[in-house]
Design a protein around this ligand. Structure first.
Ligand SMILES: NC(=O)c1ccc[n+]([C@@H]2O[C@H](COP(=O)([O-])OP(=O)(O)OC[C@H]3O[C@@H](n4cnc5c(N)ncnc54)[C@H](OP(=O)(O)O)[C@@H]3O)[C@@H](O)[C@H]2O)c1
Length: 208
C-alpha cells in the first residue's frame, strides 16, 4: 500500500521503519524537511513536502501530538474521504490525564475537523514496542485495537497492522475511541507511573 506518515518523532520513526520493512511504499513528511529526509533515507522511504502529500496515498498515519493532528492533516491536502489512521492520545502536559473524553474523543474530533475516514488504531502501542517489533521477542503477538465507522478504513488499518505482524482486535465504531484513549492512559500509567517500562502492551484474554 501507499502510506503517508506525518511526523518524524518516536511513533513516526517506528511506522516508517516497520511499514517499509513490511513492503509498503512509504512517504514521510514533517515540518522540518531535513528530519523527514534523514528518516526516509534510513529506511528506504521517500520524504515529501507537507503540501499535497496526502494526494494519491491509500492511508495516512497521523503521528503528531493530538493538538496538531487536524491542522497537519488539513495542510497535507484535501483529506476529506481519505483513510486516516489516528494514533494520537489527547494527553495533558504531564501525561497523566486526557484532555477530552466521555462524550467525545480525539479520533472523533479529528474526523469532524477534517472530513477524513478516521480509524483509531495503535494508540495503545508504545513507540518502543513499535520499534522493537510486533512481539517484542515475547513470542506473543501484541494486539492493535481498531475503531472506526468506515469499513474501508477498518480494513486498511487491519491489513497494515497484520502486515507488520500485530494481532488485531476490532473495537467497533469510532465512538469507542472514547474507551481506547483511556486504555492508552492506563498503559502510560503502567509504563511510567508504575515503573513497568515501555516494553509492555495491553491484551484481552478469552477462554477457548
Ligand atoms: N510515544 C509513544 O509511545 C506513543 C504511543 C502511542 C501513541 N502516541 C501518540 O502518537 C503521537 C506522536 O507521538 P510521538 O511520541 O511520536 O511524539 P514526538 O516524538 O513528539 O513527535 C511528534 C512529531 O509531530 C510533528 N509535528 C508536530 N506538529 C506538526 C504539524 N503541525 N505538522 C507536521 N508535523 C508536526 C513533530 O515535528 P517537529 O519535529 O517539527 O516538532 C514530530 O515529528 C502523539 O499523538 C502521541 O499521543 C505516542
Amino acid at each position: 500500500m501507499q502510506v503517508l506518515v506525518i511526523g518524524t518523532g518516536n511513533m513516526g520513526a517506528g511506522f516508517v521503519k516497520q511499514l517499509t520493512a513490511a513492503g509498503h511504499q512509504v512517504t514521510v513528511t514533517a515540518r522540518d524537511a531535513g528530519k523527514a529526509q534523514a528518516l526516509a533515507q534510513q529506511h528506504g522511504a521517500k520524504a515529501v513536502a507537507l503540501a499535497n502529500s496526502a494526494n494519491n496515498v491509500d492511508a495516512i498515519v497521523v503521528a503528531t501530538p493530538y493538538e496538531q493532528a487536524a491542522a497537519a492533516l488539513n495542510s497535507a491536502g484535501d483529506v476529506a474521504g481519505k483513510v486516516v489512521i489516528d494514533i494520537t492520545n489527547p494527553l495533558t502536559p504531564d501525561y497523566m490525564g486526557l484532555t477530552v473524553g466521555h462524550n467525545t474523543s480525539a479520533a472523533e474530533e479529528i474526523a469532524r475537523a477534517t472530513g477524513a475516514e478516521v480509524v483509531k488504531a495503535f494508540n495503545t502501542i508504545f513507540a518502543q514496542v513499535l520499534a522493537e517489533g510486533s512481539d517484542m521477542g515475547s513470542g506473543q503477538k501484541v494486539t492493535v485495537f481498531i475503531a472506526s465507522d468506515s469499513d474501508r478504513a477498518r480494513q486498511i488499518a487491519r491489513a497494515l497492522a497484520e502486515s507488520m505482524g500485530f494481532a488485531v482486535m476490532d473495537a467497533g465504531g469510532l465512538k469507542n475511541a472514547r474507551y481506547l484513549e483511556p486504555v492508552a492512559g492506563l498503559n502510560i500509567y503502567f509504563g511510567y507511573g508504575a515503573g513497568l517500562g515501555t516494553s509492555i502492551a495491553p491484551a484481552w484474554i478469552r477462554k477457548n
